[in-house]
Design a protein around this ligand. Structure first.
Ligand SMILES: [Zn+2]
Length: 395
């Protein structure tokens, strides 16, 4: 890892507002995750940050975590994105669009339906192949940094990308080069302005090198040659935050930003968030505590993703008598995670377990429906969240 300056204003002054760490699934390595707020512009970023090599290594070892419905297929979110884009940029009318990080192509396909002539960039060969097979559009198998072309586009679309890059400034400058003057930039990132929606601390993670407030995103647009048309939370998907920009003639300028920074507000909201997460974890521990009785029941974890990693690190889950790990994603079967071989829940011999803990918030009810019949064989099913009280929609 390496120390970094603020990517937006280059300041070296920051306050640490959150300390966490990331542990690899096989427990062999860990990294600190220190969330910092820039003292000058209020931008939120991880410092130290992963080096380029570490990022490559991290994603190589990372399986796409999700539950059957892969991320690119979250149709509701795609539809909301398309509607918002169209309300600002109109229909595609055959103009050229590039989706950066198109994954399995569902969003690109949606853009195509809106009349855009779409290409995708996707570094993961499997996902790129799926996108080609499903939808037949051109997918360049690379990262934006490595994409060389003389082509210019009228729309650059990126959902869940900008928070992962080392330098959003350099990234958007490259994006700017790829756009025609007047071309649109559509960015979706996690919503730092309203942290109430993030209950599992999945914003402040190792691979989110940056987290954006609307103000920081506007500063970044201003710096890289975009006028901001809108910055808004998705109405139906408020965990996601959207910024739409338009390329203007870019002149490098050292002038200070027009926007008032919100560093005190950002700091206060993250500290409040930390308190809330602690309380949320307390509630989870209340649900897990009965599983510590003597003799300890045999517990299966359902969910081999980062949610489980977070729980193992921060709750009583790691103290239970864990006997197996199951997940419905076939790509994970046979892999080792948290010291267990990931198994197909359909194949699992339920006689070996006394309880199963559903380790997912977004898919808790879906998983519950799927394994409800385990209760017929006296396996207790533990749901960690009281979702009736939740106010947010899921993808
Ligand atoms: Zn700064």
């Amino acid at each position: 890892m390496e120390a970094v300056n603020c990517d937006i204003c280059h300041s070296r002054q920051f306050d640490v507002v959150r300390q966490d760490r990331w542990v690899s699934p096989n427990l062999s390595q860990w990294y600190p995750v220190l969330t910092c707020v820039c003292q000058d512009c209020g931008h939120v970023y991880n410092n130290p940050s992963l080096t380029a090599d570490e990022i490559r290594e991290f994603y190589r070892g990372q399986k796409r975590e999700s539950f059957q419905v892969s991320r690119g297929e979250s149709k509701g979110l795609n539809a909301a994105d398309a509607a918002l884009l169209t309300s600002h940029a109109g229909k595609g009318d055959g103009k050229r669009a590039l989706e950066v990080g198109c994954y399995t192509g569902y969003m690109s396909h949606r853009l195509k339906e809106e009349g855009w002539d779409v290409e995708g960039l996707e570094p993961n060969p499997d996902s790129a192949q799926v996108a080609r097979e499903l939808f037949g559009f051109h997918v360049h198998e690379c990262m934006l940094e490595d994409y060389e072309t003389d082509q210019r586009y009228d729309l650059l679309f990126m959902g869940g990308v900008l928070e992962h890059v080392r330098s959003p400034t350099e990234f958007l400058l490259r994006v700017n080069q790829l756009l025609n003057i007047g071309g649109y930039l559509y960015v979706r990132v996690p919503n730092l302005d309203d942290l109430e929606y993030d209950t599992a601390a999945d914003l402040f993670i190792l691979e989110h090198l940056h987290n954006f407030s609307s103000v920081a995103l506007r500063m970044l647009f201003e710096k890289t040659g975009f006028e901001t048309l809108t910055t808004t939370a998705h109405e139906k998907f408020p965990r996601s935050f959207i910024s739409i920009g338009r390329k203007i003639q870019h002149q490098d300028s050292t002038a200070p930003f027009h926007l008032k920074n919100q560093k005190d507000q950002v700091k206060a909201s993250i500290l409040e968030y930390n308190r809330r997460i602690e309380s949320e974890r307390g509630k989870i521990n209340q649900k897990l505590k009965p599983l510590l009785r003597d003799p300890k029941p045999r517990v299966v974890i359902y969910g081999a993703g980062s949610h489980t990693e977070i729980l193992l690190r921060n709750t009583l889950l790691s103290d239970l008598n864990l006997v197996a790990l199951v997940d419905s994603n076939p790509k994970k079967w046979g892999d080792t995670a948290f010291g267990f071989k990931v198994q197909n829940p359909e194949d699992y011999d339920k006689g070996q377990a006394d309880a199963v803990v559903i380790s997912s918030r977004a898919f808790q009810e879906e998983i519950y429906q799927r394994i409800q019949h385990w209760e017929d064989e006296s396996v207790q099913i533990i749901r960690l969240y009281d979702l009736e009280s939740s106010r947010f929609a899921h993808e």
